[in-house]
Structures are given as structure tokens and as C-alpha cells.
Write a protein that binds this ligand. Sequence first.
Ligand code: 13P
Length: 253
Amino acid sequence: MARRLLIAGNWKMNGFLADSLADTLATLMRKKQDWPFEMVVCPPFTLLHYLGKIISGSGMALGAQDCHLKGSGAHTGDISPLMLKDVGCTYVILGHSERRMDHGEGDSLIREKATAALGAGLKVILCIGETEAERDSGQTLTVNQTQLKGSMPVAVDVDATNLVIAYEPVWAIGTGRTPTNLEIQEIHAFIRKELLSLIGKAAEGVRILYGGSMKPGNAGEILALPDVDGGLIGGASLKAEDFWAIAQQSPSL
Ligand code: 13P
């Protein structure tokens, strides 16, 4: 099954109404209809509604960076999957290592959120990845295997169209360091094999993104790896020219 490259920008806790980033990207996207990649921007909650209008009709999708597992109710400060749908989101990032660390999110909570998000009709970008200590002690594969198994949604049908996995080694996030291309390919192939045992044949269509210090200088070779189906980009997604330059390195362009 052909997998369409997904170039996703995780803006994290950055961005204001006055910024022109999304507008610039939408203008670039509008230049052509048939880009060989799908582009999604995931700004903070405060910008979702506004940016949804700015990028409307550009072919670019909107995503959020987290959601609650419930549809509504007494959960001060939280945002539900249905609310994300309401403001025009297609995607939601779940299980990012910064949420796992800053908010103590564990696999079972992430699984519940992912299940709720799929149930609300969102596509889930599920993040997994080992820390530097885990890598140094030779646990890379087992940590990713455990996180994948533990946080995969189970209660609803999971198929290739609504699930995306992002492999983000924690030690590569914002550090300028990356695994070697060989390591990235090996881990992505391992993740696909694990997916196969979890969801069967549909695994062949699930996109697996690489995330962690992806930038214009290394994107071309990473995106060309056979089991890499796109990137989840942090720092370099905050500059339109860098994010666009990464997308322009899609192998089929
Ligand atoms: P950087 O691209 O800044 O390393 O961040 C990656 C990331 O965490 C995306 O979710």
C-alpha cells in the first residue's frame, strides 16, 4: 500500500496571532494542487481556530498537540477531541515525550486518549521514543516496543488511514543530534514489524514519521529511507523557509 509522505510541524508552546508562519506556508501550498506530500501544522490550542481559517483551502491540515480522553465535563483546563474537531482539526499528536515527562503521561493514559481521539474522528500521531540512558543501556528496541504496545488504541478499529506513528528519540529532540540513517531505518522497520503483529496487514499502510532535529540539511536522506514516511518537526517548523525546504525534499519531488 502506497504511503503518502506526511510533513508535520509541531509548534509546541510557540506562536502568536500576529505571526505570519501559517499564512506563508498556506500561500506556498496553494501554488500547486498535487504536492507529493501532505502537510500538517500543529500550533498551540490558542491558535487553532484562527489558523484553521487562514489555511482553509490550501490543502494543509490542522492538528493539535494533545487532547483529553473525555468528550466534555468537569476537567478544568482540558480540551476534548470533539472540541478539536469543532475548530477544524484533522490530526492530534498524542504521547509526545514532553507530555510524558512534563505531565507524567503514561502509556495507558495515552492509549485512552488515542482511542477517544479516533472515536471522535481525528487522526492520531502517536509518539514513542527512547531516552539517552535507555539507548546507552541497549534498550532502544524494547522501550519502543513497550511504548507502542502500551499506547496503541485498541477499543476502536485502527487502520492505516487514521493512525500515524512518530518515532522521536528523546535525546535527538532539540539537540541537533540524530541517529544514523541506518539506525533510523532499522528502528522504523522494527516498529512496522511490531505494528504488523498488533494490527495485521494494515500496518503496511501506517505512516511512521521520524522526529528529532530534522532540518533542511538532513531531511532529504532521512525522508528517502524505505520505512520513513515523513517527519514530525519541532524547531525547524517555526521558520516557513526551513519547514518548506524540508517538504521540498520529499523523494518524489
Ligand atoms: P525538534 O525538531 O526541535 O528536534 O523537535 C522534534 C519534536 O519534538 C517534534 O515533535
